[in-house]
Ligand binder design. Structure first.
Ligand code: F0G
Length: 475
């Protein structure tokens, strides 16, 4: 039975097309806009032209029935039900045969409380939805299962993406599961080794181009117009259908109590928009009474959206030559900036930036709570601190950080930080005395010692601030 009931709608001019009619670069031929996936029950803004949308309230899925069904599927042994993306498939009917989806049981990620980080930021209640706990270690898996399932159903043999490392790891894994061939375009020398090793492990053809991420995108966009290669960058709107499902899962985990604020890192700027779509759809269907604010945080060295909002109110994007150690978000000309801007405006969130030093401190503070994440994810805590300091988030508001990648993705960064080798002298000089003290208390470099009990004992004494050479009394 065919269950795919979607269309694609241009987010700029409103033109609607069948999913199968989309071109290879996923851009509207009329206005170059990106597409959103829409369903018969989607909320269509009245200002959109071509208003013959067949949306009818009688077709709205029933919220109580959905909640019950999603809960019920948790006990199933079927892969499609065990997936934390496809468990919600009623709200992403993008494939004809859901039983055939390509899944690694993605999603189902934990929600952790971060009481010490909350205190540091000056709020009472802070949670982290850890998308780094996905099968390939990043949030990209939720989008990849969706778009790659579409590619497989449409009988593509080759798939490709340009990536700062996580998309490529996810694509390579899902392509391998489906028996498809994959090509990865990555900027040479500017991605973390853990991520590069993944695409090789999963059998992708890995091309390291002598350019940055934005240069890789340009080359790939040209290639897919000439060869039958399925593009899996986040301009592909099916990716966002998967990436909206953590919003459903989060609300389920919170027993449908809506937090005030969600904070995401911003790179190519698709993920904030994907989550906003998820929350908006839940609101439209009556699953939640309101939509949380979504804020996007960029690295200071890769801040085109932040800068555009400051300099021209978001009228035009000001591309930048990106440079940050948070290599996942080292992007200067993000494809989905208009979608991200819409997400900020419709939810009432903000865009902030975080310096290299602020990112490193936040990452160490998240790590010190036993959670850990990759540098790009830590911008969320750094941004939260600023939004609280500016009075945009108040103490009693409930905030959820989306941690997008696993700490082991970039262990070099972590080791360099703890050894005190991450920053240049000039960067060190910019750190305030109070932050220097915080860094010093967080750094845990390995201690190299002679294999001698007395030497070890003396070192422990100095670290534990107690005398261990005396017998321990328990009185
Ligand atoms: N966090 C991590 C760990 C990422 O890998 C990315 C993007 C982002 C945040 C930003 O998400 O692009 O939707 O704004 N990584 C892409 C990649 C670009 O190729 O792996 P975004």
């Amino acid at each position: 039975m065919k269950v795919a009931t979607h269309q694609l709608r241009c987010t700029e001019c409103g033109t609607r097309i069948a999913g199968s009619a989309v071109n290879s670069i996923f851009r509207c031929p009329e206005c170059n806009g990106l597409y959103d996936v829409i369903y018969p029950w989607s909320l269509i803004p009245p200002s959109i032209p071509n208003g013959d949308i067949p949306a009818s309230d009688s077709k709205l899925p029933n919220p109580s029935a959905l909640r019950w069904l999603w809960q019920e599927r948790r006990t199933s042994t079927m892969p499609v039900d065990q997936s934390g993306v496809w468990r919600f498939r009623d709200l992403l009917p993008i494939v004809d045969n859901p039983e055939d989806v390509v899944t690694l049981r993605e999603g189902n990620t934990p929600l952790y409380d971060l009481p010490r980080c909350a205190k540091l930021a000056g709020i009472d209640w802070l949670l982290a939805k850890h998308q780094g706990m996905n099968p390939t270690g990043s949030f990209k898996d939720t989008g990849m299962t969706a778009a790659l399932s579409v590619a497989a159903e449409r009988k593509f043999e080759w798939v490709a993406c340009a990536s700062t490392g996580n998309t490529s790891a996810a694509m390579a894994a899902y392509a391998a599961r489906a028996g498809l061939r994959s090509i990865v375009f990555i900027p040479e020398g500017k991605i973390a080794w853990g991520k590069l090793s993944q695409s090789m492990d999963y059998g992708a053809l890995t091309l390291q181009l002598k350019t940055d991420f934005d240069g890789c995108v340009r080359i790939l966009t040209d290639l897919v117009t000439r060869f039958p290669i399925y593009l899996l960058n986040s301009v592909n709107p099916y990716r966002l259908e998967g990436q909206k499902t953590p919003a459903f899962e989060l609300l389920e985990q919170l027993e449908w109590q809506v937090p005030e604020h969600i904070i995401v890192p911003g790179g190519n700027l698709a993920n904030g928009a994907a989550l906003a779509k998820g929350f908006t759809e839940m609101h439209h269907l009556g699953l939640i009474p309101r939509i949380p604010k979504i804020s996007i945080i960029q690295a200071e060295g890769a801040n085109p959206l932040y800068r555009s909002l400051q300099e021209n109110g978001g009228e035009e994007l000001i591309p930048v030559k990106a440079n940050t150690r948070a290599t996942a978000i080292r992007i200067g000309n993000p494809a989905s900036w208009r979608k991200a801007l819409r997400a900020l405006r419709t939810t009432g969130g903000w865009c902030e930036q975080a310096s290299e030093q602020e990112i490193a401190l936040a990452k160490a503070q998240i790590g010190a709570e036993g959670v850990g994440c990759e540098p790009a994810s830590a911008v969320t805590l750094a941004g939260l601190k600023k939004l609280v300091a500016q009075g945009k988030i108040t103490r009693e508001e409930r905030v959820v950080l989306i941690l997008t990648g696993h700490t082991l993705k970039d262990s070099d960064y972590t080791i360099n930080y703890h050894r005190g080798e991450l920053f240049t002298e000039a960067e060190n000089a910019e750190i305030s005395t109070s932050d220097q003290a915080l860094h010093a208390s967080l750094r845990k470099p390995p201690v190299v010692l002679e294999a001698d009990s007395d030497v070890v004992l003396h070192t422990l004494e100095s670290h534990m601030n107690m005398k261990l050479s005396q017998p321990v009394t328990t009185a």
